[in-house]
Design a protein around this ligand. Sequence first.
Ligand code: C6P
Length: 411
Amino acid sequence: MDTDWEQVRSDFPVLQQVVNEESLVYLDNAATSQKPMTVLQSINQFYLHDNANVHRGIHTLAQRATEQYEAVRDQVRQFINATTANEIIFTKGTTDSLNLVASTYGQFIQAGDEIILTIMEHHSNLIAWQQLALQKHATLKYINLTKEQDLDLKDAAQKITDKTKIVAIAHASNVLGVVNPIKTITKLAHQHGAVVVCDGAQAVAHLPVDVQDLDVDFYAFSGHKMLAPTGIGVLYGKQALLKKMPPYQYGGEMISVVNQYDSTWAELPYKFEAGTPNIAGVIGLGKAIDYLNHIEMTNIWRHEQELVQYIFPKLLADPTLTIYGPPSVTKHTGVIAFNLHSLHPHDVATALDQDGVAVRAGHHCAQPLMNALDLKATVRMSLSFYNNWADLDNFLAALKDTKEFFNHELI
Ligand code: C6P
């Protein structure tokens, strides 16, 4: 497909602004993505014309709201190729989705069982399992990195055993920029009877995701990282597993019958959607999926890879920078974490911001990974398909300015 990427960029109003007297260069897409006009309009449209609660009313507005809400569930199903819309649970985001699985599927964990994580997990896919392991007297083990800072598959093969009940792994790292070999891990986990919980937060807006092909048991992601609003996310779960799991929260719409002293639960997916959901968020998510589908995910991945191929070798060749993650351009997503000489990452990010460049600095909610790399923090630039070559050149120029500003003999 021949995409007009400048036209695409013009669909994102927030990008058309000046920050600190420079054109905004938004390279903090791993933290959250910007939103195209169609998503913003859909939210307005909902509140201006259709606002009503879902699944409750029989009046026209309630029916319109319910139809739109349920249509998005099926859109999500298609987007990730789930078998049925019953496997799509709307949540607040990746964190909420992962906590849902840990709190409910986690009830099947017993003392002595093993839960396997990778050392690169975001806190969302780490603390929930750590706390479950503590409560259940289960054992937590981490798959380490290779010397190249990629996932160590030999270590994975040693650590995933018949004692393993859960393998929780990021599809793509929010620091190292690697895409993990989920199919390989899933095959290994299933050979040992374990389920795989995949954190798709950093993957779903960047590459095509097919949950049946990956054969993951659960897949979690956030709307706000894929052009939709904050406060909406998705948990995909295989139907057979979701059916046997207890509810996550109790309240309206997740019930079948409520008696004074006991209750029964609604069918999937409603068993996991207690209370009034984020209806406008779901509608925005639907428009975001329309937008991504229109460009096509394979095309998005290809374009982002072209941007990476332009910037990554330049950063790698700069002796003043330390780059984290595998030093191979073909192994990198648009997430590139680095440090500039011995400067504090917050200082670097502040200096870049003076040139209108938005990046993130810190531990990126991955403290165990930082410890494993013997680091406190890094700077991180992260791309989206709406970034252009000028953004990358402006980023390089801002990096040069930063070195001059700190006068560190870095140039
Ligand atoms: N990472 C980042 O700047 P929420 O906050 O629930 O939408 O997503 C949590 C999450 C889970 N897994 C991964 C791999 C993530 O990257 C994130 C969010 C952002 O890296 C904010 S900390």
